[in-house]
Design a protein around this ligand. Sequence first.
Ligand code: ASP
Length: 424
Amino acid sequence: MSFSRRDFVKTSVLGAVAAGLGPSAEAAQNDNAQSGSYKRPIIICAHNGFNYLEDAFAFLKNGGDTLDAALRVVKGPEDDPNDTSVGLGGIPNEEGVVELDACCMHGPTRRAGSVGAVRNIKNVSMVSKAVFEHTGHVMLVGEGAERFAVDVGFPRENLLTDHSRKIWLLWKEYHSRDWWGPGLTDPHWQPPLDAPQQASPQKGEPQQPERGKPQSQLWRDRYRRLEEHAAALGIAEEDRAEAIHKVLFPPTGTIHCSALNEKGEISGCTTTSGLAFKLPGRCGDSPIIGAGCYTDQDVGSAGATGSGEENIKVAGAHTIVENMRHGMSPHEAGMDALQRIVRTYNGDMNRLRFVDMIYYVLRKDGAYAGVSLWEGYSAGHPHTIAVHDGSRRSEVATPLFKGFSQDFPPEPKVPEEIRKQYLK
Ligand code: ASP
């Protein structure tokens, strides 16, 4: 897998954003609402739900409830210890504790449930459903949510796998990356000195990347030290590159799923372990009804994976559903939400390149779209959504910007020779 910092290309779409225009005609071609070739039932989800779609689709087709179908999909990654972004085996917070977030909405009964910062319970998506089944509340967090889950029958278990524990230990020993300090939104934030400088779209064409002083030696020393630490911690040689990358650039990762049956009933859910090494108690967008997930039986359903903090500020999923209510296609609705993220930073590409977002959008008639801020994380690894409407497939999400998002936190560029050597 390539973990390179990203080449960066400004597109005609970006030009449209800068000019305050809607989605480009080029991008709109991927909108299945225009072709009219869509069907029910249908399930759409993040790429990591792909393997669980057959079972959930059969369940839905045989009359199963739409939310239960979506929960079947997301339970797969929650149960999988090798998926380090969700449920069991999630990368822990800065104290080495796995904390999970989830929410769901059941369209037919218009109910919603949510849990945030839950420890020791694997299937938090199902706990979020239990919140509306067993209480008059919508959202429970922390210790109270954990106790509630146990009370209604979920087992307490250790969610920290040996694999994730070692990555956390490596991060801890390395200890130069955390989430303290001013973020991207700070007015005085500066990009790293030798990172490529990107002109804001209002100022015309992007500048060429400024080739700062090569930091080869610094990076080489850094990787050597991390490799030694990783070996001392017993991280298998073949896992070291992945572990080092996660330490240097704490990953996110999540699953959203929306399901629509033949009758037009629709539901959605989102579940995650959130941002790696986050501050204890940090909740991203995934447990926020209206940000990580929103479903309205009259309109459709939407969900998100990506930079949670950014998505909360634009209430992404709710914005998308409201956009569809007012006549936008799934594609247009998602693109508009992405443009609101661009607006958060006034189109400042020096900041936006550190942000990424994928929206999964499903309209009540079966029209759907997957849209993303960037093409993916690196060449050859585009953002995709998984779809099942009788045939199961992966589809590339339509990006607002051409090019790839850049790992966060902002870092001087990893020199190419180091990248090739260590981050294969
Ligand atoms: N949105 C999630 C969060 O911020 C992470 C992700 O989707 O990758 O917690």
